[in-house]
Design a protein around this ligand. Structure first.
Ligand SMILES: [Zn+2]
Length: 314
């Protein structure tokens, strides 16, 4: 006790240390000493510790959004030129309104800078996903909804803001049937990825807002770039807005209106577990797609689980 008293006397200039403070100081010294030994021991066993750490790190599974190992085999090999057609080429250069969605950029460009990093190209599970782009459209979307309902299948609709705004009741019908939504730009802008970050962001937000005007509570978990013309900018912008950049596995080129049979054959021959199938319910004459769907669904649903991409990011 006297020793301690001496200590406190020596520290008197710092105002008196209460017994409690002193205990704390002693405890601190003890803790530091213990930490020191632990550190020394830790160093001794470091190799083991590190190997444990690193192995556990490598084990972490990447469930989904990992671009599948084998995703190269896109039928046309050039997704950019692919969907480009649905938007521009054949499309009507119509000034506004009605059936389009295609009005957009008429350029079949964008094929030069093929970029796919960060895009989802398979479902990541054994489930096959059907996706319908460019709508909704009052002529074709209701027919597709009827067919999907008949087979108890849900799908994902990549809609433009312009069409969502024109046909909110169809957006509502899509959601009411349990399908999921995907942002496909305001007006099918194939060149959006080359615009400024502000322009990209504004387009995506405007589109999501138009969708939410029809279905305020429905999640929009995906973004699909028209023409598959992905760029670093567009992938980044989508991700920052909480949208998964969604590509596809199989493109039966229905945008080129080849008729129902070729569309059916391409899909049924090419589909495998995890495939994301690209189809269109707008952007041009789509009765071939509607008819093909009725041919595809019986066999497809017999061979695979078929369902919409999940409504939230994985
Ligand atoms: Zn499209």
């Amino acid at each position: 006790m006297q020793t301690k008293g001496g200590d406190s006397t020596r520290l008197g200039g710092l105002r008196k240390l209460t017994p409690a403070t002193r205990s704390l100081a002693i405890a601190a010294v003890v803790v530091i000493a213990l930490l020191g030994s632990a550190f020394a021991i830790g160093r001794g066993i470091a190799p083991t510790g590190e190997s444990v750490t690193s192995s556990s790190t490598t084990t972490t599974p990447h469930p989904t959004d990992q671009p599948a190992p084998s995703e190269t085999p896109s039928p046309d090999g050039d997704p950019a030129s692919a969907e480009a057609h649905d938007g521009g080429t054949t499309a009507t250069p119509e000034p506004t309104a009605v059936d389009e969605s295609s009005s957009a950029s008429p350029e079949p460009t964008a094929s030069s800078d093929y970029y796919d990093e960060g895009t989802q190209r398979t479902t990541g599970t054994s489930t096959v996903a059907l996706t319908f782009d460019d709508g909704p459209n009052p002529q074709y979307t209701p027919q597709i909804l009827t067919s999907l309902r008949e087979y108890g299948v849900t799908a994902t609709f990549c809609v433009t803001g312009k069409n969502a705004s024109a046909y909110p009741e169809l957006i509502h019908a899509i959601v009411a049937d349990g399908h999921t939504l995907c942002n496909h730009t305001w007006d099918h802008d194939i060149a959006l990825g080359s615009r400024s970050p502000d322009e990209i962001r504004a387009d995506l937000i405007r589109t999501s807002d138009a969708i939410h005007a029809a279905v305020p509570d429905a999640p929009i978990a995906y973004y699909r770039q028209p023409g598959g013309a992905w760029t670093y900018s567009i992938v980044s912008a989508a991700q920052e807005l909480g949208l998964t950049p969604l590509h596809w596995t199989i493109d039966p080129r229905d945008w080129d209106a080849p008729g129902a049979d070729p569309i059916t054959t391409t899909v049924l021959d090419g589909v495998e577990p995890g495939s994301i199938v690209l189809l269109h319910d707008a952007g041009g004459p789509r009765q071939g797609t509607v008819d093909a769907l009725n041919q595809i669904l019986p066999e497809l649903t017999a061979r695979f689980p078929v369902a919409a991409l999940p409504p939230s990011m994985n």
